[in-house]
Design a protein around this ligand. Structure first.
Ligand code: SIN
Length: 281
């Protein structure tokens, strides 16, 4: 009998998982429990995991294969593992990933999941927030749902990693390489159907969604602002409070997330991998 316990951390999404050691191979029953919990809670935080870059990559492989990570430098020994580091002496308070976003939606096949493992965390602060994009879709009126289902969004890395992007200047201890030219824009449906649950999600985000197809940025921005505010309303979020050795895994097909920049003068070190994803539909 499995000893896994799954405890929700908020009303809208997110759960904490205990009674499991991810550094060891999982039996079929445990794998099924975890996979069901992912589909139900969208964000899972596994406490007290003793992982290194190799075991993190093994878990990533088992979840669907390692995704492609552009712009961010990985560990020299494990290029697919990105260290997300903030040192106490950095000039900027901004932490990496501090705007609401879904990972790499500028890719043709954005990552299905992201894994973030806490190596070193401040005593307080540096939490990560998540929001539920199924619930955001469900909260729209039938008229708005119908209109959005006919729309395509343009996603681009330009604001974070374009030639003029300044993110790299605020992250002194990460390797961030901007594009030398305007990054390629990608088209994705505004309403995305999750390939496993069949549920619909409002699949836009403030960082990478630039505009609606066939509309200008000026025309698109008011509606994008409204939808992003709806998605990130506090009642639609959860907060993961990190502890050393926590691994949080989230589903990028139905969530946004945001790191909090409230620990300047303290150290935070995380290891990050992504799971390869499918073309959104
Ligand atoms: C990320 O957005 O990938 C990082 C989030 C975090 O460090 O909390």
């Amino acid at each position: 009998m499995s000893s896994i316990t799954i405890t929700p951390i908020a009303g809208s999404l997110g759960a904490e998982v205990t009674g499991i050691d991810l550094s060891k191979p999982l039996d079929n029953e445990s794998t099924a429990i975890i996979e069901d919990a992912f589909l139900e809670h969208l964000v899972l935080c596994f406490r007290d995991q003793h992982l290194d870059p190799t075991s993190l990559l093994e878990i990533t492989e088992k979840m669907g294969g390692v995704g492609v990570t552009p712009y961010l430098g990985g560990l020299s020994t494990h290029p697919d593992v990105v260290p997300v580091i903030k040192e106490p002496n950095e000039k900027s308070a901004l932490t990496f990933g501090s705007g609401w976003h879904t990972d790499f939606t500028f890719q043709a096949q954005p990552p299905s999941r992201t894994l973030l493992y806490a190596v070193d965390v401040p005593q307080v602060g540096g939490d990560t927030l998540y929001c539920n994009l199924y619930k955001a879709y469900d909260s729209l009126s039938p008229g708005m749902q119908k209109m959005l289902e006919g729309l395509t969004a343009i996603h681009s890395a330009v604001r974070s990693y374009g030639p003029k992007a300044t993110l790299k200047d605020t992250q002194e201890n990460m390797t961030i390489i901007n594009d030398s030219q305007e990054p390629e824009a990608m088209e994705h449906p505004v309403i995305r159907t999750h390939p496993q649950t069949g549920k619909k999600a409002l699949w836009i985000n403030p960082v990478y969604t630039i505009r609606f197809k066939d509309m200008t940025e000026q025309e698109s921005q008011p509606l994008l602002n409204y939808l992003n505010a709806l998605a990130t309303n506090p009642s639609n979020t959860c907060r993961v409070r990190w502890q050393k050795d926590s691994l949080t895994v989230w589903d990028n097909r139905c969530t946004q997330h945001c790191a909090t920049s409230d620990y300047q003068g303290h150290r935070r070190e995380m290891l990050r991998t992504t799971v390869a994803g499918d073309q959104p539909f």
